[in-house]
Ligand binder design. Structure first.
Ligand code: UDP
Length: 323
């Protein structure tokens, strides 16, 4: 199939593009390169530089590509930043996304895979989290993604847009070629590995008084290659659906740091800081639905190999993509 990938120069988009091409698909990447990196573009993909907020960028790009499906990764995705700059999240994640949907309708493209998030649930009523839980986000990032899921329902009813919402838990790890490099790094695993590389003095632990076994937040880390696999399976769907995507096991911030110590052999000193606003204490997925309906199963469910793959990439690219 020919897939139009927005945000294909970013962390998740670059590795999904690589997997798509490795599996015989053709890829056109659309990215404005504000968060993404030119060096993260798979050279086998066609690249169009453009901005989703500009209808004059996205409409001609999509009309020229005439893809079979769109995978939409381009978005702002930082919980903390969304609590200080909500406008950016609504403009880019909702406004930019609507331009993309309108361009699809005009070009007659009816299949859409959406990078949604477990942050649409807010603080879950039960763990592990399945898709029937109420979606009550506690930060503008999660809210912007929930609004977009709701918009998609109407575009399906009105325009027949078949969409799959993939609600990611914590994407982690790397492929051999592509990895995680954000210009401002806020994510746990890359920050821990920066300390292991000697580029940062200490890992800041955001809060250790949560109601969790060791007091630090618990998250479900999913290997980026397993995430990519789920996107390819979603291409086969002919009706709309939503799926949670995680490995199904929770790890605390302190457990992540301990595994990174083992993998890197570095001491990795820590300092406890106040909790980060907008962080739910525990997020762990039930991926039962996507397993039973699409046959998805994580090939890399254990956290240590996930961190090993990230460590290999960070050691080979100590300054990320270098831009
Ligand atoms: N975290 C931390 N120190 C860091 C970065 C993150 O303690 O330097 C915590 C954060 O509060 C959250 C977990 O690690 O509980 C995962 O955060 P991340 O930003 O990686 O992903 P999120 O769950 O926010 O999408």
């Amino acid at each position: 199939m020919h897939i139009f990938v927005t945000g294909g120069a970013g962390y998740i988009g670059s590795i999904c593009s690589e997997s798509l091409i490795d599996h015989g698909h053709t890829v056109t990447i659309f990215d404005n390169l504000t968060e993404g990196h030119r060096a993260a573009l798979d050279p086998r993909a066609k690249f169009v530089q453009g901005d989703l907020n500009l209808r004059d960028d996205i409409f001609p790009a999509l009309a020229a590509a005439k893809p079979d499906a769109v995978m939409h990764f381009a978005a702002n995705a930082l919980v903390g930043e969304s609590m200080t700059n909500p406008s950016k999240y609504y403009r880019n994640n909702v406004g930019g996304g609507i331009n993309l949907l309108d361009a699809m309708i005009e070009a007659g493209v009816k299949k859409f895979i959406f990078s949604s998030t477990c942050a649409t649930y807010g603080v879950p009523e039960k763990i592990p989290m399945d898709e029937r839980l109420p979606q009550k986000p506690i930060n503008p990032y999660g809210h912007s993604k929930l609004i977009f899921e709701q918009i998609l329902q109407w575009y399906d009813k009105i325009h027949g847009l078949v969409h799959t919402n993939l609600r990611y838990f914590n994407a982690a790890g790397a492929s051999v070629r592509f990895g995680e490099d954000h210009r401002i790094e806020t994510h746990l695993i890359p920050n821990v590995l920066k300390v292991a590389l000697g580029q940062k003095e200490k890992v800041e632990i955001y809060g250790d008084k949560y109601a969790t076994p060791d007091g630090t937040c618990v998250r479900d880390y999913i290997h980026i290659l397993d995430l990519a696999e789920a996107h390819m399976l979603a291409l086969g769907r002919t009706t709309s659906a939503s799926y949670n995507l995680g490995s199904g096991e929770g790890f605390s911030v302190r457990q992540v740091i301990d595994i990174a110590r083992k993998v890197s052999g570095a001491a990795i000193p820590v300092i406890v800081q106040p909790p980060r606003v907008g962080d739910p204490p525990r997020l762990v997925a039930s991926s039962h639905k996507i397993t039973s309906e699409l046959g998805w199963r994580p090939k890399h469910p254990r956290l240590q190999p996930i961190i090993e793959s990230a460590w290999a990439w960070h050691k080979a690219h100590p300054h990320g993509y270098g831009d």
